[in-house]
Design a protein. Sequence first.
Length: 95
Amino acid sequence: MVTDLRTYRLRHAMERAGRLLAIRARTRVEMVERLADAGFDAEVVARTVDRLEELGLVDDAAFARAWIEERARTKHRPPAVLLEELAAKGVDPEI
């Protein structure tokens, strides 16, 4: 029964994550925050986000590249502003 409940919670978290990713790409930090805000416990959130990263669905480096390309092209933001925006989204400055 406990295993079934864990499996259900993980599946439900993955479904929620899929809906979030259908809207736009997310950073690891954004996904953790959104799932936690939706009421999922820390273990389910961690396992879900780890799995999303394994699948390549959450990728902070890819997110950063796409963010910089899009914002530089459409908003003409200077590099320092783009780095600040990424930091606010939880992207490690080393990426």
